[in-house]
Design a binder for this molecule. Sequence first.
Ligand SMILES: NC(=O)c1ccc[n+]([C@@H]2O[C@H](COP(=O)([O-])OP(=O)(O)OC[C@H]3O[C@@H](n4cnc5c(N)ncnc54)[C@H](O)[C@@H]3O)[C@@H](O)[C@H]2O)c1
Ligand SMILES: CC(C)[C@H](C(=O)O)[C@@H](O)C(=O)O
Ligand SMILES: [Mg+2]
Length: 368
Amino acid sequence: MANPSILILAGDGIGPEVMAEVKKIIGWMGDKRGIHFDVSEDLVGGCAYDAHGTPLTDATMARAQAADAVLLGAVGGPKYDKLDFSVKPERGLLRLRKEMDLYSNLRPAQCFDALADFSSLKREVVAGLDIVIVRELTSGVYFGEPRGIFKEGNERVGINTQRYTESEIARVARSAFELARKRNNKVCSMEKANVMESGILWRDVVTEVHDREYPDVELSHMYADAGAMQLCRWPKQFDVIVTDNLFGDLLSDAAAMLTGSLGMLPSASLGAPMANGRPKALYEPVHGSAPDIAGQGKANPIACILSFAMALRYSFDLGEEATRVEKAVEKVLADGVRTADLMGPEGGSPVSTGQMGDAIISALDASL
Ligand SMILES: NC(=O)c1ccc[n+]([C@@H]2O[C@H](COP(=O)([O-])OP(=O)(O)OC[C@H]3O[C@@H](n4cnc5c(N)ncnc54)[C@H](O)[C@@H]3O)[C@@H](O)[C@H]2O)c1
Ligand SMILES: CC(C)[C@H](C(=O)O)[C@@H](O)C(=O)O
Ligand SMILES: [Mg+2]
């Protein structure tokens, strides 16, 4: 049987730097565990624009559709800020999400014990934290029509439209309830039903799906602004949070700081099952291309490595190997290995991106 296929789209800025460490782990899986993948690489984002004049070619799109899993680094950077909106690097990523129909974006925020003192919040607030934000990823204000910048009389008006259908809400709600059943059986749904009709529909549909199909799961609702406050006040009250595309974007960056650094947060973007039973899937760190540190060997590769662990679990049914990678990360952090983003104000001597990857490989070796 052919090996499962992985398409790597490392992208821009620190994307290729953190992805280089994931490639080491993919190599390790082959050498030490006999788990082989057919890995190919292509361009997305600014680098694709530089090569082809578009942030994602049709050929790359087709390869992503055909892959068993896509691993993405990050896209964007100041060099591309002035480009026409239609060819900005971020459009490449949004096209992948939309055309692969990756409606359920799992963004776990887990605070490793070794980092509990490093979070900007108190240790007791974050120690042991383990929550997942399920972000709807293919609709809402990111894609709703009408959109654009129009002329109205003497001035310009910028328009984006928040739009959700019942079926779009129901399918992401189901994925949150299914996930909760495998965890602590609690879902909190966040919207702004107090000011948005789309929020009223969101709350209704989540409640209907719950009452009909998942009455055993504990469901609560919160306005997203209050949810942001609660996430900082006492995040451990949550298990699974389900929310829309834009609120999920904001809440997951906020959740990143609970874990110590944006460089720690992985994500899995999942769609419907393909013919082989695997879900359509793209795995990427929550962080961006970090232009301020790109090219300096300072980036923390853990978010990208943990995203690969999610690929092992969700695409390749290799939960034990995923746990092995997660435990290796936990071990290096417990041993005090830190990239610069994980240093407190008192400083210290940080390791480079490559040294962090090597330390994780050594911890993997030690796990055998
Ligand atoms: N999925 C993606 O590809 C993605 C996600 C977010 C932002 N972006 C893009 O990235 C570019 C920069 O955006 P931004 O600066 O708002 O967000 P960013 O996530 O790139 O960086 C925010 C801050 O976090 C730090 N940081 C991020 N990842 C880190 C890591 N792995 N290790 C250490 N420090 C890390 C950066 O140095 C920076 O100070 C923009 O073009 C944006 O659109 C892309
Ligand atoms: C780069 C951008 C398109 C993206 C988003 O807004 O979804 C990013 O912020 C993310 O969180 O994945
Ligand atoms: Mg974001």
